[in-house]
Design a protein around this ligand. Structure first.
Ligand SMILES: [Zn+2]
Length: 266
């Protein structure tokens, strides 16, 4: 029994249809032979050169990453930046790369945000900004809103957030509520969902990539909690591992042992 790259791709498509990706995105099979037999899969957030090296070392010829290594058209492949070098290394070593990005953000079940909600012990979860399209039976769209199992004081919630998301720091706006019960979530850059989070009645919006002036938009209506992009999505690797492992037994699945976070705190 063997499985091919396209079979893995099709399974991922059944979990998080690639059609659900945002227009700016580039999720899908980015590099490699769709008909190649999979020898092993390496799961990661960012398919960097170091990840390709790790895949080679572990005997994996398929890398499944959350972020697409290629977003825009490349005009030459001469190794002048990390994107080109990664692609060249993958092709030379017969390694395929699949990115499962905003399509995985936009599903509720087995999605990026459900994983965060689970870590935070939330219930009554639903999509924050549902899409009109009807690709899944289930409603799909960006972000999530749900309730904590018990309400918490502001600082207590921030401690909970730091503990469950393994954060050394959380950037947040003024704690303008006595009690926190309803929380909106968007793994990755979620600033575009702020008004949805307010409209849903969330006391806190957990996301990342906030700029200084954007923090003012909280405006006493909500607490913005910026936990860092990598940190917000770190459990996506665990999620992908679970998804692949549950379905396939003809090859080994590994999650990367390295952090690809380009941001350091000192
Ligand atoms: Zn991301």
């Amino acid at each position: 029994m063997t499985n091919t790259v396209i079979e893995v791709y099709e399974y991922l498509d059944s979990i998080a249809p690639f059609e659900l990706q945002e227009s700016y995105d580039n999720a899908g099979l980015l590099v490699g032979d769709a008909d190649a037999v999979v020898t092993g899969v390496l799961l990661c957030l960012d398919s960097t050169e170091a990840i390709i090296d790790e895949a080679i070392e572990k005997g994996c010829n398929l890398v499944i990453a959350h972020h697409p290594i290629v977003f825009n058209g490349l005009k030459r492949f001469v190794g002048e930046n990390y994107v080109q070098r990664t692609i060249i290394k993958a092709i030379k070593n017969d390694i395929a790369i699949i990115a499962i990005h905003t399509n995985l953000d936009n599903v509720l079940t087995n999605g990026v945000n459900e994983m965060i909600a689970t870590k935070l012990g939330m219930n009554s979860i639903s999509i924050l900004a549902p899409k009109d399209q009807d690709i899944l039976e289930e409603v799909a769209g960006a972000g999530l809103v749900g309730k904590l199992s018990t309400s918490m004081k502001g600082k207590e919630f921030l401690d909970h957030l730091k503990e469950k998301m393994e954060l050394s720091v959380v950037k947040h706006t003024h704690i303008c509520f006595e009690k926190i019960k309803k929380v909106a979530i968007c793994g990755g850059s979620g600033g575009f969902l702020l008004e949805h989070a307010k409209a849903a009645g969330a006391q806190v919006f957990v996301t990342s990539d906030y700029k200084y002036h954007e923090f003012f938009d909280a405006d006493g209506d909500i607490i913005i909690a910026d936990i860092g992009h990598y940190e917000s999505e770190q459990y996506t690797i665990e999620l992908l591992y679970k998804i692949v492992k549950e379905k396939f037994s003809t090859f080994a699945a590994h999650y990367t042992l390295q952090s690809t976070n380009p941001v350091y705190y000192y």
